[in-house]
Design a protein around this ligand. Structure first.
Ligand code: ADP
Ligand code: MG
Length: 224
């Protein structure tokens, strides 16, 4: 049994708009092992978010394949990919992407209901894991930005995913809040065994990872 959680095979992506082709990823071969904490670094525009969207099955590649937990994305239909994404992956974004009109608790509960899961103690467990139990009933606008990101992390882990993919999760935070958020990633990695795939500009953030993948111009530079 392989311990590979994600493997890509010659992944390519070209965007097409108004007759203009923008090639972004070129033959990306990379692997993430079960239980790893991996950071991806690279200059702005080099294709990091595009890579994450493809690994997270939110975007289809133009060529090549991605294998998640032994399942080839190319062999699945859209419904199959959506199921894999919903069950095995959690996402965290730079701008949190919380619903502004409902509480932190409901932001997490809604994500579970969309998955078709009944909501009971797992929302409370996720809130406790990010130390937000006391403010669970506050809407995002009443929370600090660091607290909003903690709610977003609770939402990403509530269904016990195999992997959390985070795109510049500390990009909107000051250094103190960034450190709290990075410590949380470390904690869910160590205590819950969740694999972490972290895109970051910050070397301080990347140093929380076991391994750093460097990207430039749509290619992986070095796998350390
Ligand atoms: N939906 C899209 N349509 C066209 N071009 C895109 C799209 N998304 C990203 N790009 C282009 O792909 C390149 C890589 O973008 P991105 O993956 O966001 O890089 P990074 O996250 O490393 O900053 C950029 O040149 C960007 O303009
Ligand atoms: Mg990006």
């Amino acid at each position: 049994m392989s311990d590979l959680l994600i493997k890509t095979e010659k992944l390519c992506k070209t965007f097409h708009h108004d007759g203009i082709k923008t090639p972004v990823l070129f033959d990306v071969d990379m692997q993430v092992r079960q239980g790893e904490f991996v950071a991806v670094m690279g200059p702005s525009g080099c294709g990091k978010s595009t890579l994450m969207h493809i690994l997270g099955l939110m975007l289809s590649p133009s060529g090549g394949d991605i294998i998640i937990d032994g399942c080839s994305a190319a062999d699945l239909n859209e419904a199959g990919r959506a199921k894999l994404r919903r069950e095995k992956i959690g996402f965290v974004f730079q701008r949190f992407n919380l619903l502004p009109t409902v509480s932190g608790y409901d932001n997490i509960a809604v994500a579970e209901r969309i998955r078709g899961n009944t909501v009971d103690g797992q929302v409370d467990n996720a809130l406790a894991a990010v130390d937000m139990t006391e403010k669970a009933r506050f809407k995002p606008g009443r929370l600090s930005i660091g607290q909003q990101q903690r709610i977003a992390i609770a939402r990403a882990i509530v269904h016990r995913p195999r992997i959390v993919m985070a795109d510049e999760p500390t990009g909107n935070l000051d250094s103190t809040n960034a450190e709290t958020i990075l410590e949380l990633f470390r904690q869910i990695h160590r205590e819950q065994g969740i694999t972490i795939f972290l895109i970051t500009h910050s070397l301080t953030a990347a140093q929380y990872a076991d391994r750093i993948i460097y990207m430039a111009d749509g290619r992986i530079q070095d796998i350390g």
